[in-house]
Design a protein around this ligand. Structure first.
Ligand SMILES: NC(=O)c1ccc[n+]([C@@H]2O[C@H](COP(=O)([O-])OP(=O)(O)OC[C@H]3O[C@@H](n4cnc5c(N)ncnc54)[C@H](O)[C@@H]3O)[C@@H](O)[C@H]2O)c1
Length: 680
């Protein structure tokens, strides 16, 4: 028997998994659905997957539910337990509306709901927040159980989440994290994409991406900010741009999806002419209707004329090319168009599962080929990548500066046999972290600090904007030259942030700050909560795409060149250190951005409520969260990081970091040659 769910939001949360079967909620029109996937499991494994999912369902309902879950596995390749999606609206509520004994737990409930809000999440019904597979939970039963635990728990307990599965509440203490999350942790020899497909279909692992699985995604604002910073610094580094930023410069890229869609908006904020190719007409329509991309063109002749006119007039404009990016690059190369900056943001972390659509066919035909003949689809993807790279190489030879945008473009292109490597085996193009974010931001501690006002009030957000802006301006006045430009970029950003109207979902804000900037802003927020200028707790956090949280040789740690870029000690230490220094929740993930098995990343959330205890946690944790990564980057001989960690040691005598001695290259060369070893 199934029952129609009734009762208040609080009552439904408290119920967790109801004793009687709930009816599946109706699907709202227009909600973006995840593409269907093949069931990759054998018959015996499918039985195991079904038994695994039924662990969440009262046994008396198994006969009714089992066929339904089997159908999900067959049709979607995994079991999301659609019947258990709640009937109430999914969005962040003001913190006081959450049924909870712990304010910290209530804040976490707010963040979870925000990450599943249909206005925020990419495939909300499949619990995917962004990046195609970045999941908050594996299934709706896990969501329900977790919300119930959070409602029940006290500040003397910690909730343990294994890839979305709530293992339970365990006794702890008031200064411990309320929630500890891991996503996708596997034995290293079982960390291939095929392992992921199998283990996630079995219901025993999950791809948390970065902020999705740690409840810290705040909608597109985060990525717009990061992209603006990248483009401004790319202009400085590659084109020598000054105060005019990218006015009159042409930037060509692809992707109008979850994160990639930010490129169009960010390019306009940076003053550029941007052409962004997007093969999925639905994604083009969404971004155009949102005003994120200003014009749409599917005729390449007209597109080129329009872009040239905009460039001459120094007009900041974003134009979507509705079509395959391969066609765009080949045409630009054929005409010899003077492209200044180039990149790519198709979802190549998932190359053969729908992240990249092959040239020579429509989007719909590509989807059909993927479902009917995955082998032919993969071959067509590889062929397209080779063509795309040939065109990019031709334009680069004429002066274009191209970078990999953290989507595994160079990795997958090289695996496809495209000409992206130099003779010595290194990639011919830098990743945006290797050249831009790493040496210009991360090495100095600048990274994506963010916060959410749990009152849900826009006025509170304005107060936080004003506080943060003032602190940045004060810091810029006395900052050394190498960090001053970054601080000023962010001061400008925060002053214009409300006007750019980027809030979607919770009242959230992002900016890049270094260790002392983050600590000063956090302490100032805590003081403002204490004296009532901010009317509720604030959640502090960050993207994992940061100084210390992520070991990723093709992205965050691409500019770590002492050979340790294949190790993951930093990300693991970062999360352990955050956990015992005061984080309210911590998370550690395999995968994220560049793909399963390619990265370990972690993050935190910290709820501050104006109390002295919150101040103590800020002082204990925030600088660790940044400085441990700077220390590691300094040990890798990164110049900016050495300067930054020396300054941090001067500011706090308790900090004492091992610094490298620098060996003379000639001496090393001679030493090896004397031994008869190959010269370095
Ligand atoms: N923006 C950043 O700073 C940043 C940071 C880290 C990682 N990334 C990476 O960027 C990638 C994109 O992320 P997303 O969230 O936008 O993913 P997404 O899947 O939502 O968007 C990618 C878009 O590319 C389009 N596309 C695929 N093949 C195409 C082709 N051949 N021609 C034209 N368009 C094509 C798809 O239709 C889709 O809309 C991911 O791999 C992500 O990990 C971006």
């Amino acid at each position: 028997m199934s029952t129609k769910i009734a009762g208040s939001f609080a009552a439904q949360v408290a119920e967790g998994i109801p004793a009687e079967l709930p009816e599946a909620p109706p699907d709202a029109p227009g909600v973006n659905r995840a593409p269907r996937r093949r069931n990759v499991l054998s018959a015996a494994e499918s039985a195991l997957a079904l038994k695994n999912a039924l662990r969440y369902v009262p046994a008396k309902h198994h006969a009714r539910v089992a066929p339904e879950l089997a159908a999900e596995l067959e049709n979607d390749g995994r079991i999301v337990m659609r019947r258990y999606r709640p009937h109430y609206d999914m969005h962040a509520r003001p913190i006081d509306q959450y049924p909870a004994k712990s304010r910290q737990a209530a804040a976490i409930m707010l963040m979870i709901q925000n990450n599943l809000d249909p206005a925020v999440a990419q495939h909300p019904y499949e619990l995917v927040t962004y990046g195609g597979n970045g999941a908050v939970f594996q299934n709706w039963a896990q969501y329900r159980l977790t919300m119930r635990y959070l409602a029940e728990m006290t500040d003397e307990q910690t909730l343990v989440l294994y890839s979305g599965h709530p293992l339970g509440l365990f006794p702890s203490h008031g200064d411990a994290p309320r929630v500890v999350v891991t996503n996708g942790m596997v034995i290293p020899n079982h960390s291939t994409p095929a392992d992921y497909e199998r283990l996630s279909a079995l219901g025993v692992t999950s791809y948390g991406q970065m902020t999705a699985g740690s409840f810290m995604y705040i909608g597109p604002q985060g990525i717009v900010h990061g992209t603006v910073i990248t483009l401004l610094n790319a202009g400085r580094k590659y084109l020598g741009t000054g105060p005019e930023a990218l006015a009159g410069r042409l930037f060509v890229t692809s992707g109008l999806g979850g994160m990639s869609g930010a490129q169009a908006k960010a390019a306009v904020i940076a003053g550029a002419v941007a052409i962004v190719a997007e093969v999925n007409p639905k994604a083009v329509k969404t971004r155009f209707e949102q005003g994120w991309v200003m014009e749409v063109e599917s005729d390449l002749d007209k597109l080129l004329l329009r872009a040239e006119a905009a460039r001459r007039a120094k007009e900041a404009v974003s134009i979507a090319y509705q079509g395959n990016v391969v066609d765009l690059w080949e045409r630009l190369a054929k005409e010899g168009v003077a492209v200044d900056l180039g990149s790519d943001q198709t979802s190549l972390h998932n190359p053969f599962g729908g992240g990249y659509y092959p040239a020579g066919m429509s989007f719909a035909d590509g989807e059909r080929l993927l479902r009917d003949d995955p082998g032919a689809f993969a071959a067509a993807v590889k062929d397209s990548l080779r063509r795309q790279v040939d065109a990019i190489n031709a334009l680069s030879a004429r002066g274009m500066r191209f970078w990999d945008y953290g989507n595994a473009f160079l990795l997958e292109a090289s695996r496809a046999g495209a000409r992206v490597k130099r003779d010595d085996g290194s990639f011919a193009y830098p990743s945006y972290v290797e050249d831009i974010m790493g040496p210009m931001c991360f090495d100095f501690g600048f990274g994506p600090f963010r916060w959410v006002c749990t009152s849900g009030s826009g006025e509170d957000l304005e107060v936080t904007d004003a506080i943060a802006g003032q602190i940045l301006e004060e810091m810029a006045a006395s900052a050394p030259e190498d960090v001053k430009r970054q601080i000023l970029d962010n001061a400008r950003w925060i002053r214009a942030a409300a006007g750019n109207r980027l809030v979607v979902g919770s009242q959230a804000r992002i900016l890049y700050a270094d260790a002392s900037g983050r600590e000063r802003i956090a302490l100032a927020f805590n003081a403002a909560i204490a004296d009532g200028r901010i009317r509720g707790p604030v959640v502090l956090g960050r993207d994992h795409h940061d100084v210390s949280g992520t070991d990723s040789p093709y992205r965050e740690t691409a500019n770590v060149r002492d050979g340790s870029n294949l190790t993951a000690d930093m990300a693991v230490h970062n999360v352990i250190g955050d956990a015992f220094r005061g984080a309210t929740w911590v998370s550690l993930h395999n995968g994220g951005g560049v793909g399963w098995g390619e990265v370990i990343n972690g993050g935190f959330g910290m709820v501050i409520d104006g109390s002295e205890a919150a101040g103590r946690r800020i002082r204990s944790m925030i600088t660790w969260d940044v400085n441990n990564g700077i220390a590691r980057r300094a040990w890798a001989r990164n110049e900016g990081a050495e300067q930054a960690i020396r300054r941090a040691m001067e500011a706090d005598p308790r900090l004492s970091v091992t610094l490298p001695e620098h060996a003379d290259d000639r001496l090393v060369h001679d030493a090896l040659n004397k031994k008869g070893t190959r010269p370095v």
